[in-house]
Write a protein that binds this ligand. Structure first.
Ligand code: MN
Length: 259
């Protein structure tokens, strides 16, 4: 029987002691505004991961068993977003203090506020956020909640130690967000989807991440809904799979460490 962990790895490649990657399932759902089901996300990703070939054509081998990937127990979260964000921050900080690479699986995008705070608590700043998303998430408040999934980049930018947020694949913004970006050019940089399609992001992106520690957050709606239809807030003209991999490759080749 396949072990029920990320990628379905046997104990020798998935025990907490020797693994160099930790998967933290964060099944949070409290502020979704349209389609629902984010609380089932982590378990669905783990189930699907067990169908993936371990052989990676790009690396010419099986990198995951080599690194060792340990799946932590799913967090049991409070329904109140502020309380849940505190719990996520504590669990992330504990995982990040191990020195291993920590990957959080959501859950709605609000989890990134707790995850970012946890990374800062464990490792300190300065930290750059790279956000792949259809939405800027820069509202101060949405549907009476400052912890809404629509506000996560704004909450992250308020934390001491968050140097800048770099957003790629954005298609949907409001007036308030456009003005916020215009007034904070040093701390927020947006590359809209058409700019990524045109290759218009690379040089400045590299310039902004070179040597910096990075927390990468991926909202699945950043990719085109033809690739990831199972999102609560689909927007047309998203990033292709190849563009997304190009961004991830560029990031891993240029940054200076992170989560
Ligand atoms: Mn989004």
């Amino acid at each position: 029987m396949t072990p029920n962990n990320f990628l379905g790895l046997p104990d020798e490649h998935s025990n907490a002691h020797s693994a160099s990657v930790l998967i933290l399932p964060i099944p949070f759902e409290a502020t979704v505004s349209y389609g629902a089901g984010t609380r089932h996300g982590p378990e669905a990703i783990i189930q699907a991961s067990q169908q993936v070939e371990l052989y990676d054509r790009e690396f010419g081998g099986e990198p995951a068993p080599g690194y060792g990937v340990h799946t932590l127990p799913a967090l049991q979260l409070a329904g109140d977003p502020a309380e849940a964000v505190d719990q996520i921050a504590q669990a992330t900080a504990m995982a990040a203090r191990s020195g291993k690479l920590v990957v959080g699986l959501g859950g709605e995008h609000t989890i990134s506020v707790g995850f970012g705070r946890g990374v800062l608590d464990a490792l300190g700043g300065p930290l750059t956020i790279v956000q792949i998303d259809a939405h800027s998430d820069l509202r101060d408040e949405y549907e009476d909640s400052s912890y809404s999934h629509a506000c996560i980049a704004r909450r992250l930018l308020e934390m001491d130690g968050i140097e800048q947020v770099l957003q790629l694949g954005i298609r949907s913004v409001c007036q308030e967000e456009v003005e916020f970006v215009r007034h904070n050019p040093g701390r927020v940089r947006v590359w809209y989807s058409e700019q990524v399609h045109a290759g218009d992001w690379r040089s400045e992106f590299i310039e902004r991440i070179r040597g910096r520690r990075v927390y990468l957050t991926i909202d699945v709606d950043g990719l085109d809904p033809a690739i990831v239809p199972a999102t609560g807030t689909p927007e047309p003209d998203g990033l292709t799979w190849a563009e997304t991999l190009d961004i991830l490759r560029t990031l891993t080749q240029c940054h200076g460490g992170g989560a």
